[in-house]
Design a protein around this ligand. Structure first.
Ligand SMILES: [Fe+2]
Length: 299
């Protein structure tokens, strides 16, 4: 196994990371060399040049020792990440980094290509990238509440992070257009599950692929792209479909305001009671969120 992550893992400036490329100013002057460990002094200097993100590598063995097969730690991290999101705070950087660590653990063979896709998505549309990050943690949280196996929960982490990866091929100006979409733009956006499927079909398992392809399906047959009904919609699609809508409702976009969590849950409930969403998965999610808020967490 390669001892280091590939060098396209791009992160926000943080002490302890090892730069995997030379960092240059916009004028081309080399500010620091590949192999340099970031510290506070260097971070201060880079910020003066408006450099906020760098390419790094990390010690894979340390990552694996920290994360491998420890499903209790994964679930605990998902609880904390979910709590941070639902109380309306910023998701701490550690949970963004951990997500990459778990992606590596769950699919190391294709981590390089998948990381590239995710980096491209973030550059193309930061809103969708942020959404995918939150959906991934919500999906792990919900998978644990459904008492799924650690393999299934890691699958859900991948499905959540990658469910909208097809949007990396759609211009951000269309995705976040404030006015109404014309038919061509509407059709383009609705193609994103199919595009994501095509992008990932050699890289992830069949179950994850179906989760990506069918996360907008409804049990009633009125979803897309295939209008599936009932048991044709797989568990990963049902889980990611619910947390996808929850995050979309509770997040701001340039074309819409967000609604409160208290208002979002009845909207989801109405969809579950009309059989659009899986009512048992919905019930588990609401119970989990309610329990998390009652119990509180130290994060
Ligand atoms: Fe989507």
């Amino acid at each position: 196994m390669n001892a280091l992550y590939e060098d396209f893992r791009e992160v926000e400036l943080s002490s302890g990371f090892c730069c995997s490329r030379d960092i240059a100013s916009s004028a081309g002057a080399v500010l620091t060399k590949s192999g340099t460990i970031l510290d506070e002094r260097l971070i201060h200097k880079l910020k003066q040049y408006d450099i906020a993100r760098v390419f790094v590598h990390r010690d894979v063995d340390a990552v694996l020792n920290k994360t491998r097969c420890d499903s209790n730690a994964l679930i605990e991290n998902a609880n904390k990440a979910t709590y941070c999101i639902i109380i309306g705070g910023e998701l701490p950087t550690i949970y963004r980094d951990l997500l990459f660590d778990y992606l590596y653990v769950s699919n190391s063979d294709n981590f390089s290509a998948i990381s590239k896709y995710i980096t491209h998505l973030r550059k193309n549309d930061p809103f969708t990238h942020e959404h995918c990050t939150k959906v991934a943690w919500f999906a792990v949280f919900l998978g644990a509440k459904l008492a799924l196996s650690s393999t299934e929960i890691l699958d859900l982490l991948q499905t959540g992070m990658l469910h909208d990866i097809g949007k990396s091929c759609i211009p951000g100006s269309v995705l976040n257009k404030e006015g109404s979409l014309d038919k061509e733009e509407f059709d383009l956006i609705r193609r994103h599950p199919l595009v994501g499927y095509q992008m990932l079909k050699e890289m992830v398992s069949k179950d994850i692929l179906q989760g990506v392809l069918h996360h907008h399906e409804k049990l009633t047959g009125f979803g897309y792209p295939h209008g599936l009904v009932d048991s044709e919609v797989t568990l990963y699609s049902r889980v990611v479909g619910i947390v996808d809508i929850f995050d979309a409702l509770t997040s701001f976009r340039p074309y819409k305001n967000k609604v409160s969590m208290e208002d979002a849950i009845p909207i989801l409930g109405a969809m579950a009671h009309t059989h659009e969403l899986d009512i048992e998965v919905y019930g588990c999610f609401v119970e989990g969120i309610t329990g998390l808020l009652k119990g509180g967490l130290i994060v």
